[in-house]
Design a protein around this ligand. Structure first.
Ligand SMILES: Cc1cc2nc3c(=O)[nH]c(=O)nc-3n(C[C@H](O)[C@H](O)[C@H](O)COP(=O)(O)OP(=O)(O)OC[C@H]3O[C@@H](n4cnc5c(N)ncnc54)[C@H](O)[C@@H]3O)c2cc1C
Length: 379
């Protein structure tokens, strides 16, 4: 039987980055994936690195997100140096365009909320926004510039992180999915694969939206898939420098000239089909934000499954089974939250303490969730 210091179930960006951190800390690490690693959500993503909350529900993750975004330059530099591959990191800021007639009032609220959360944000008049990004529609009323935000080519980053982890000593096993947590009393002894057991002092479940299907992991990681459809466009006569947002869409320029547009948010199970309705919605909103995209070529369409939890917050940290940790539930922010996730898991494993409060994200929080019947008012 093989034995490691750490066995990781799942080779997406989360599993790969944890493997890299742990291997660099001198641990013997193995990553087990049920297919070729890096081909689920981490491949399908848009790769925006924005700690700004899209709604009040995300305020709880802002500190985590800010720390992660601050770690990004160091993280990509390390991955690029070890792997020898580019990650397409673009620290060029993002620009959020407002269309509403009452945009001025909306703008001051948005700026106040950002500043209250310690996020850099500047109000822009429509003409100033269009000077920065001439592709923007003439219909926009104002904009918010977040100069510190960035994007990364998540496909390149995930592939490069897997290479970097391997070069740092981690072993990666494609097509060796985890069937179950290997539990003995109050201890997790490792993973049970199809036909073998793998022993490890530390076991980390990082299987994205599939984490709950690993026997024994569901109580700690009751995750659901949240489908997102995306389109890649190419427009020869249109330049976009920063990530552009409207209320309905984001546009993400890549170094190779492609412009990604996305994404839908659909809770319809493990379904990765691209639909006419999904793509129609994305294209209409993309053209509304940057009308020049009307002539763009459609290069690719795809869909992926975000790992979502009932409170939409990540699931990070130790469980009540000795040696078992969760690193999943990153929902719409897994690329953004990668460096801090890897850092905190490594800190816990090597120092048994972490450098920021992560109790809010504990895998144990679901165990006190009321069942459906007890949620109903008594008759
Ligand atoms: C359309 C879309 C757009 C997005 N945009 C952004 C964005 O702009 N910014 C951002 O920060 N985030 C974004 N996200 C979210 C982000 O992509 C995810 O949160 C992140 O990729 C999750 O990474 P992961 O490694 O946990 O999961 P995944 O990448 O899904 O990896 C899980 C891995 O586990 C493997 N696996 C499954 N079952 C098992 C098993 N039983 N045993 C072993 N391995 C198993 C899978 O094969 C897979 O390789 C987006 C997601 C989507 C779908």
């Amino acid at each position: 039987m093989k034995s490691y210091d750490a066995a990781i179930a799942g080779g997406g960006i989360i599993g790969a980055s944890i493997a890299l951190e742990l291997a660099r800390a001198g641990l013997r690490v193995a990553v087990f994936d049920r297919q070729r690693p890096g081909e689920e959500a981490s491949w399908a993503s848009a790769g925006i690195i924005s700690p700004a909350p899209e709604n009040p529900g995300q305020f709880a993750t802002v500190d985590l997100a800010k720390r992660s975004a601050a770690l990004y330059p160091e993280f990509v530099a390390q991955v690029e140096e070890i792997s020898g591959e580019s990650t397409g990191y673009r620290p060029k800021g993002t620009l959020d365009a407002l269309f509403a007639p009452d945009a001025k009032a909306e703008l001051s609220t948005i700026i106040a909320v950002h500043h209250g959360l310690g996020l850099k944000a500047e109000p822009l008049r429509a003409e100033d926004a269009r000077e920065l990004e001439p592709a923007l529609s003439e219909e926009i009323a104002a904009a918010v510039l977040r100069p510190d935000e960035a994007s990364v080519d998540n496909r390149a980053l995930t592939a490069a992180t897997l290479i970097a982890a391997q070069r740092s000593g981690a072993e990666i096993f494609p097509t060796r999915g985890a069937k179950a947590i290997w539990r003995e009393g109050h201890r997790c002894r490792g993973l049970i694969l199809q036909n073998e057991k793998v022993e490890a002092k530390w076991t980390i479940v990082a299987a994205g939206c599939f984490s709950g299907a690993i026997e024994g992991a569901a109580p700690y990681a009751p995750v659901q898939p949240a489908k997102g459809q995306m389109v890649a466009l190419r427009a020869d006569d249109l330049h976009i420098e920063r990530v552009l947002w409207s209320e309905k869409i984001y546009l993400v320029p890549r170094n190779d000239g492609r412009i990604l547009a996305g994404a839908t948010l659909e809770h319809i199970g493990f379904d990765k089909r691209v639909t006419a309705g999904g793509i129609e919605k994305i294209l209409a909103a993309a053209i509304e934000l940057a009308p020049g995209l009307k002539n763009a070529r459609i290069e690719e369409t795809w869909a992926g499954l975000r790992p979502d939890s009932s409170d939409h917050l990540p699931i990070l940290g130790p469980t009540d089974l000795e040696g078992l940790l969760m690193a999943t539930g990153h929902f719409r922010s897994g690329i953004l939250l990668t460096p801090i996730t890897a850092r905190l898991i490594r800190e816990w494993i090597t120092e048994q303490k972490v450098s920021m409060d992560w109790d809010r994200f504990s895998p144990l929080r679901f165990q006190s969730e009321p069942t459906m019947s007890s949620r109903r008012a008594p008759a």
